[in-house]
Design a protein around this ligand. Structure first.
Ligand code: G6P
Length: 483
């Protein structure tokens, strides 16, 4: 089965386009950001096909139902935004996806206190109904494809039930479920109430192939399936026997499009930001982090590590600047808002402690500023990527591709990207603040030859895995499995 012959249908919560209004109130479409949009769009642009996503906002809902065309002629595809009941959508997106599954799979709960699962039963019903709506839309699409084989790529924790719901309606459909985030191990999985836990696993096992970003997440999934009554798990062959079918568990590390990224970095907006950063940093060294302002990114320990580094290495006071570019995420939820506020307070405290008349240790920006992130990538001496757990982490790939200073990557062992890039980075246990501080010091002391060698190796490792390989490998695997 080659990608060229198949009609692709991608399903995800956040789609490749959304609707908004410009300053004068006119409706405008916006292209979504992030790795899924890039890799999914590349796959769909090659084969044509359809992307089904949730209508997430009022504006989206006003435009839902009709099919939109995205991309250029010959490399375009269609997008359909699903109209969903707003209160069900809230249960699905906030109640289950953001408050429960995100926390579970990234180990974010302060377990002596949380979770308590108040309201989960009600939220879960909304989650089921939204997953059902996706399965219905997909089935309708498969029926319309009529005879032409279609491959369904279902994305992420939002849509964990879709594979089995679709399998029930369309038993022969080739289905992949792919998780962009980590997958919890069996001990943590036991935090979830049993029926929810079993529904999630059984839901994903409706697929022919269950894909993950990194080997650890695939292993965790297999180990969790061992707790499912009636599932037979072959760890060595990464296979789960479930309801008389074999489900393959595979790893497909997502990548980036270096050429497109370089083009974006060559714009005047990025050049302007570069000049601005250079003015701020002067002849000091530059430490950078670029993240969504979100709990799994471990922003607080990153600042604490920097503080610890300054304390232990006073000769660096005034000779380094930390540019922290944080893009606000899910700020309508109190947990996420409080975290961003705590990060800002901590940066403020560190600045008050160490600042000098002509020097501020941390410059924190809490806004969506892509051109500035691109400029920071080009200029960093050290890039700090220290998530507690992360499915992949594309900052660790984007930075080295753009950087022009042989900058050093300090990388969490718990980021999926570590499997591909870890050898060329300085590895850190993200919980160990002292070790992270020491890694920053080592990076700054590293000689030019070693910096160059590591920077080149990082660039090669990223470009060796082209962005189109992600969907291509999934489709090929399906072809081998389905006769
Ligand atoms: C991660 C997930 C994506 C999600 C993104 C942003 O990268 O893998 O599925 O879209 O975070 O989260 P949001 O809730 O804003 O879509």
């Amino acid at each position: 089965m080659s990608a060229g012959k198949k009609r692709l249908v991608v399903a995800s919560n956040r789609g490749p386009v959304s609707f908004a209004r410009d300053e004068s109130g006119r409706p405008v479409t916006r292209r979504g950001a992030g790795g899924l949009v890039t890799a999914g769009s590349v796959a769909l642009a090659r084969t044509g096909g359809l992307w089904i996503a949730a209508a997430m906002s009022e504006e989206d809902r006003a435009n839902a139902g009709r099919t939109l065309e995205v991309g250029t002629a010959g490399a375009g595809f269609h997008v359909r935004l699903l109209p969903l009941d707003p209160s069900d959508y809230e249960r699905f997106y906030d109640g289950v996806s953001n408050r429960v599954l995100w926390f579970l799979h990234h180990s974010l709960w302060d377990v002596p206190r949380a979770p308590t699962f108040e309201g989960l039963a009600d939220a879960w019903r909304g989650y089921e109904r939204v997953n059902q709506a996706f399965a219905e839309a997909l089935e309708e699409e498969l029926r319309l494809a009529d005879g032409r084989d279609a491959v369904t790529l279902v994305q992420d924790y939002h849509l964990a039930l879709v594979p089995s719901l679709l399998r029930g309606r369309s038993p022969e459909a080739p289905i992949v479920h792919f998780s962009h985030i980590p997958f919890a191990g069996p001990t943590e999985m036991r935090i979830l109430p049993q029926p929810v836990r079993e529904s999630l696993l059984a839901g994903m096992l409706g697929a022919d192939v269950v894909g993950f970003q990194a080997p650890s997440w695939a292993e965790n999934f297999l180990l969790c399936c061992r707790g499912l009554p009636d599932a037979r798990v072959d760890l060595r062959r990464r296979l789960v026997r479930w309801k008389d079918r074999d489900v393959r568990v595979r790893v497909y590390p997502i990548s980036i499009d270096p050429a497109a990224l370089r083009e974006e970095a060559a714009t005047e907006a990025a050049a302007e930001e570069e000049r601005e950063i250079l003015q701020w940093i002067g002849d000091r060294r530059l430490l950078v982090r670029v993240d969504r302002a979100e709990l799994s990114k471990n922003i607080l320990r990153g600042f604490l590590a920097y503080e610890c580094f300054l304390e232990a290495n006073p000769e660096w006071l005034g000779r380094i600047g930390f540019l922290a570019l944080l893009n606000p995420s899910r700020q309508h939820l109190a947990e996420y808002r409080a975290y961003a506020e705590e990060a800002a307070e901590l940066a403020g405290r560190i600045n008050r402690r160490f600042r000098r008349e002509d020097w501020e240790p941390i410059q924190l920006s809490l806004k969506d500023d892509y051109p500035r992130a691109l400029a920071a990538y080009r200029l960093y001496d050290v890039l700090l990527v220290n998530p507690v757990f992360d499915g992949m982490n594309l900052v660790a790939k984007e930075g080295p591709v753009l950087n022009g200073r042989d900058g050093v990557l300090v990388l969490s062992e718990n980021a999926g990207a570590f499997a591909e890039l870890g050898r060329h980075a300085l590895a850190v246990n993200p919980f160990d603040v002292g070790a992270t501080a020491a890694a920053i010091a080592t990076a700054l002391k590293m000689g030019p030859a070693e910096r160059r060698r590591r920077a080149r190796a990082l660039r090669r490792a990223v470009t060796r895995n082209p962005v189109e390989a992600w969907a291509g490998a999934q489709i090929e695997d399906l072809g081998r499995i389905i006769r």
